[in-house]
Design a protein around this ligand. Structure first.
Ligand code: ADP
Ligand code: ZN
Ligand code: ZN
Length: 816
């Protein structure tokens, strides 16, 4: 269609850089018909060319100064325009640059950007010869004579700070030039060779047998990939070219999807629902397709929540809606994916970090083109490019892995609710141990409560025995971590041919190595923290910065080589189990044993096929897996997460213990749990023993209320860090003063904003950086938000200085 007028098109563009504004660009006439929201554009920005995202038509303020886009990078939009308000909301709420929000949402490796290098010119070489430049300039020119390099690398290679202005000056004088080259865009659609028939009257009698077979195969399929043809006729790749030359067939490239699924899955059918399941489904269905509602589904482990998810998904699909399912971890995605694929086959797409960039791109495009009705994924899947969602399901909604740390610090559970609102659809949050926040929302009627009280087929909940570790000593007086009670229970279980799960929320062998001579702890040289001994790899490792040193290292302060290996981790537990039960087949599941792709699945398979008798693991084993033959769960030390300096420590401990306990007795044989602790009377432990969420909630919500913690207030944490101890402290102080002043000057408005700190972080030094924090607390989200805006944008100049970094964490999860 021809455009009637020749007035230029203006578009609003979000730039994939850390800038908070969006920008207006004009579009040259030859590209104007390709413009559509959700596509990427290549635009000039300052001196560079960068990727941006079209958000819609742009406001034309004045013609002057408006730059023109260079290219449109997509054939089809990467996301529907209906998602743009959601992106904008996210950017505003988390005070994060809009372009970076979109970039974090999209599959990686797509964007193009300019890559700059600096090189020396002839004039520069002459200046060196004539020695007419300053000493610093000479240093730079000499360095560039060995080859061009990036501006960044100049600092590194010369070990000193090079002012930007100096480089510009040298460029103006013609001593050096900037070269730019477009980089990126490594993720591309996969192309495959295909063949199809061109002619309908092929003289078959004149063809060889193999060629006849090729023509028959193509005829049967319409078109067929050369790869598949080769499996039927091995010599096919060599024979097709002559067939094309003869004009019988055509060979062409076709976009195909990479297959991330692996082995096919046999299909299943829906269960007959229990009365409880029916009632939950009918409550949720009332809102489906009509209104925005958030439902919190509380249901003990094994009560049939997944079945409820699947039947609700089927309902949404039958009303022509899409379905989004969020799951906390990759290991659980594979389980959810299996069950959904068994029920819904091809229409399932998956999104998680375990996919290659190409696979992720393909899954994204399947969703975007409407070829998949269900997307299952980890937290970033909350951005799946559906235009018309009917229900967003968040399984294990309490799980901390929904919180993204670093980059765009969002909470996918919270965003799922926001997104549901923008689609006017249902958000269904499910958990056996809901978060205090979500449960509180049901008491204020913000969320609707639905419950599954019974386990399917009335399987009883496991019986939990608490063992007081303070009272349990072995003959040598050392507290043993496999207490006699646990030892006996393990023996009994193994004799019956059943499986044991031992849980300890810490990996490694010993996390507190101490010098026997002088008493100093063996510490990381980059962090203010003990190293953990990992016996398997013969090394001390830092769990915060990755620093490693040999296990034979001597004490740094006195040189002694007698090191006491205090503290326990899963490796030590595994070693103890192997010596106590040499005939049992023991395996360990933690981050150390599951680094390689597929290793988690291998362990899970071992459990399912019963080639593993005892599994030792960290919280990785606590989550939603369903293994009917595990009848004993041993919790080695329940207190590890209780002692964290964090107001959610009790909540996390309860959730973790209840979840691990829920792994016992998923089959027909009832389960047992032995819970070892130094705090048998702590209410989180007592409630976990009774598996009584109500009891825990009552105590916990009282504590939150009395201290004005969430859900009664909102929090934002300013994380301040730098390599220089004193500078960091000073800047933290300065930012704290700025907050105080802002509050003082607007007392009436910022009345309820509480400023706590600055204080040194509870992990005061990590990876060579000193860490401080300021906590802002407020009853009103609006006030807190306004306060932040003023600090972050209006005082930006005072806040961001060189050498000290400040990061905002809205609704922080980990207060360390
Ligand atoms: P949850 O997700 O709450 O842990 P699941 O949905 O995994 O529970 O259900 C536990 C087990 O019970 C699964 O093996 C599932 O197939 C089975 N199940 C669920 N609903 C029913 C039902 N209505 N009838 C029979 N079996 C069911
Ligand atoms: Zn020492
Ligand atoms: Zn470290």
């Amino acid at each position: 269609m021809k455009k009637m007028t020749s007035s230029p098109t203006y578009i609003e563009v979000a730039i994939a850089l850390p800038v908070y504004n969006t920008y207006t660009y004009s579009v040259p006439e030859n590209l104007s018909e390709l413009v559509s929201a959700g596509k990427r554009v290549l635009v000039p920005f300052g001196r560079r060319r960068v990727t941006g995202y079209i958000l819609g038509s742009g406001k034309r303020i004045s013609r002057e100064g408006i730059k023109t886009i260079l290219d449109i990078l997509d054939e089809n939009p990467l996301f529907p325009s209906s998602m743009i308000p959601f992106f904008k909301w996210t950017a505003d709420y988390y005070l994060h640059p809009i372009g970076d929000v979109i970039k974090s949402a999209l599959p990686g490796g797509l964007n193009l950007y300019d890559f700059f290098t600096i090189s020396i010119t002839e004039k520069g070489e002459n200046a060196l010869l004539k020695n007419s430049a300053t000493p610093l300039e000479n240093e730079i020119l000499n360095m560039l004579k060995t080859g061009s390099c990036r501006f960044k690398d100049l600092h590194k290679n010369l070990h000193k700070h090079i002012p930007n202005a100096l480089i510009h000056l040298m460029e103006d004088r013609g001593l050096i030039i900037y070269n730019r080259k477009l980089k990126g865009g490594t993720t591309k659609p996969k192309m495959e060779r295909y063949v199809s028939l061109l002619s309908s009257n092929i003289p078959m009698e004149r063809l060889s047998d193999s060629r006849k077979k090729i023509i028959e195969a193509i005829k049967g399929q319409g078109e067929i990939s050369v790869r598949k043809l080769k499996t039927l006729i091995p010599s096919a790749p060599k024979l097709i070219k002559p067939l094309e030359t003869a004009g019988y067939i055509s060979i062409f490239q076709k976009k195909v999807y990479r297959d991330p699924f692996g082995e096919p899955i046999s299909s299943d059918t829906a269960h007959m629902l229990t009365k409880e399941q029916k009632s939950v489904i009918s409550t949720v269905t009332k809102s489906l397709g009509r209104e925005f509602t958030t439902c919190l589904l509380t249901g003990v482990t094994g009560s049939g929540k997944t079945e409820v998810y699947m039947q609700l998904a089927a309902k949404a699909i039958s009303l022509s809606y899409s379905v989004l399912v969020l799951v906390p971890e990759i290991a659980l995605i594979s389980q959810m994916e299996r069950r959904f694929r068994a029920r819904f086959s091809e229409c399932v797409a998956i999104l998680h970090s375990g996919l290659s960039a190409g696979e992720r791109y393909d899954q994204w495009m399947r969703i975007s083109r409407g070829e998949a009705a269900i997307a299952i994924g980890a937290r970033s899947a909350v951005f799946a490019p559906f235009a018309n969602i009917g229900i967003i399901i968040v399984d294990e909604e309490h799980d901390t892995s929904y919180k993204q740390e670093g980059g765009l610090r969002y909470n996918a559970r919270d965003l799922a609710v926001v997104r549901a609102k923008s689609h006017n659809c249902v958000a269904l949050l499910g958990s056996a141990t809901p978060s205090i926040q979500s449960y509180y929302n049901t008491t204020t009627k913000k969320f609707k409560a639905v419950t599954l009280k019974k386990r399917v087929e009335k399987r009883p909940l496991p019986e939990i025995t608490v063992v007081d570790l303070c009272k349990s000593r072995d003959t040598r007086g050392i507290r043993r971590f496999i207490t006699p009670k646990l030892h006996v229970a393990m023996e009994e279980t193994l004799v019956r041919g059943e499986q044991v799960l031992l849980f300890l929320n810490r990996r490694g062998f010993a996390n507190y190595p101490v010098c026997a001579a002088c008493g100093e702890a063996i510490r990381c040289k980059n962090c203010d923290i003990s190293l953990t001994l990992h016996q398997k790899v013969n090394a001390y490792k830092c769990h915060y910065c990755g620093y490693t040193q040999a296990s034979t290292s001597n004490c740094m302060s006195c040189g002694s080589n007698k090191i006491l290996l205090l503290g326990i981790g899963t490796e030590k537990v595994e070693a103890a189990v192997k010596s106590l039960f040499p005939d049992a087949r023991t395996a360990r599941m933690d981050r150390d044993t599951t680094r390689r792709k597929g290793s988690i699945l291998k362990i899970l398979k071992g459990l399912r096929n019963q080639t593993i008798d005892i599994l030792v693991g960290t919280q990785m084993v606590a989550k939603g897996h369903d293994f009917p033959n595990i009848t004993l769960v041993g919790i080695i030390c329940a207190d590890l997460s209780l002692n964290f300096p964090d107001f959610r420590a009790g909540e996390r401990t309860f959730q973790l213990l209840a979840q691990v306990a829920g792994r016992a007795g998923r089959g027909t044989v009832p389960g047992r749990v032995i819970l070892q602790t130094y705090n048998p009377n702590h209410f989180a432990i007592l409630s976990a023993k009774k598996q009584d969420f109500q009891n825990f909630y009552k105590a916990e919500i009282g504590f939150r209320k009395s201290l004005n913690y969430p859900p009664f207030s909102r929090m934002v944490q300013l994380k301040i860090s730098g390599k220089d101890k004193e500078k960091t402290r000073q800047h933290a102080q300065a930012v704290g003063d700025l907050c105080d002043t802002l509050k003082k000057n607007n007392r009436s408005f910022f009345n309820s904003v509480e400023i706590l700190g600055p204080i040194e972080a509870s992990l005061p030094k990590i990876a060579k950086r000193y860490r401080w924090q300021i906590l802002l607390k407020c009853l009103s989200t609006k006030q807190l938000h306004r306060f932040l805006h003023q600090i972050w944008f209006e005082k930006k100049a005072n806040i961001s200085i060189r050498d000290v970094k400040i990061v905002l964490d809205v609704d922080p999860f980990f207060m360390t």
